[in-house]
Design a protein around this ligand. Sequence first.
Ligand code: HEM
Length: 187
Amino acid sequence: MAYYWFKAFHLIGIVVWFAGLFYLVRLFVYHAEASQQPEPAQTILKTQYEIMEKRLYNIITTPGMAVTVVMAIGLISTEPEILKSGWLHIKLAFVVLLLAYHFYCGRIMRQLAKGECQWTGQQFRALNEAPTVLLVVIVLLAVFKGSLPLDLTTWLIVALVISMAASIQLYAKKRRLDQEKLSSSQG
Ligand code: HEM
């Protein structure tokens, strides 16, 4: 029974963690784009985004990560045999990348607060695709385990995910260009 409790809260932790990661980098987009605003709007917006980012990271995202990891340790301690599975080793390699991404976002947050981050909104939009890729790969490994099929259906799903990510990027680019055109015609 303990195993199911650990698994349930492992999944709840993942949902919270990813909600935090996705929203955090969206806030970075707005934070970076606030530089285009005139004063005093720029300072007001940046101060507000800084507070929102800090709260989101410390109260939602990091606790979500901690719950995921602690519950995973609980899962493994109740079923230590699972440690011998090859799929888990591959999954853990991707989880390490996800943890690196999490702490890297924390670093960006501190740089933005100090005004030392040179990233553009467009670059942050692209960065926000990284956790999507990790989420898909890790969930596929966790669900299919050693029997992850590499047939046509899997590749079609991969193509669908990539094209969705590309469409989001293209839509954001179109909106930016439209906005630039509008402001140059007004100016
Ligand atoms: C500290 C890192 C992690 C470890 C050690 C770990 C370990 C585990 C273990 C042992 C299970 C139970 C597998 C089973 O019952 O067959 C599991 C389930 C699961 N994990 Fe993780 N996990 C980690 C992080 C993650 C992350 C970051 C995600 C998602 C992005 C994830 C997604 C899942 C899913 C979806 C399941 C349910 C699979 C199923 O019941 O078929 N895990 N994890």
